[in-house]
Design a protein around this ligand. Structure first.
Ligand code: AMP
Length: 191
């Protein structure tokens, strides 16, 4: 299966991603992780990406799409992929559709983890990552609403969107996610 996981920062995507990839044996494609890794091997591109990340801004589509295009072609991605933190813009979603179509493995499902801003801010206040200062957080949340929300319509129109209530107990949220996945894929196909 190919699944896109969408949710604001602090929605609990990290925890739920880890469970999903284990359950469905998917390759984990997190553009945030890839960008942080690139940061450890400095290059002209990673330095440029750093500037955006440290300001809480989205890294330019061309950089991110290029990274994803390379990653998707790697052998472990053939068993299925969980896209985490990507796409974040409609342009990225369109590029992803194109990339997957070329590989003959279309996207199966877009999962939205829904958590309101008040709860997101409460959760993020306790997280303490270096890019979690208040100003940067506000910028990231704003990016989410302005740039990423239109993605929901994009996938809704394709009939691929499932919205999950991200509030409450972690195990309950996992159960809701599993139900949504099962509904789309009763045999839990891994291809
Ligand atoms: P994350 O770990 O997904 O919250 O990403 C951390 C930071 O990396 C974001 O605030 C962005 O600056 C950058 N980033 C990650 N994924 C993307 C993406 N798909 N498009 C643009 N920027 C991204």
């Amino acid at each position: 299966m190919r699944i896109v996981f969408i949710g604001p920062p602090g929605a609990g995507k990290g925890t739920q991603s880890a469970r999903l990839i284990q359950w469905l044996e998917l390759a984990h494609l997190s553009t945030g992780d890839m960008l942080r890794e690139a940061h450890r091997m400095p290059s002209a591109v990673s330095r440029k990406a750093d500037e955006y990340m440290s300001a809480g801004k989205l890294v330019p589509d061309s950089i991110v799409i290029d990274m994803v295009r390379h990653r998707v072609a790697q052998p472990d991605c053939a068993r299925g992929i969980l896209f985490d933190g990507f796409p974040r813009t409609v342009a990225q979603a369109e590029a992803l559709d194109e990339v997957l179509e070329k590989q003959g493995m279309p996207l199966d499902l877009a999962l939205e983890l829904q958590v309101d801003d008040k709860e997101v801010l409460r959760r993020l206040a306790g997280r303490g990552r270096s890019d979690d200062t208040v100003a940067v957080l506000a910028e990231r949340l704003n990016n989410y609403w302005v740039l990423t929300q239109p993605l929901l319509d994009y996938y809704r129109q394709q009939g691929k969107l499932e919205t999950i209530d991200g509030l409450g107990d972690i195990d309950d949220v996992s159960r809701r996610i599993r139900q949504a996945v099962d509904m789309r894929s009763p045999q839990r196909t891994k291809t």
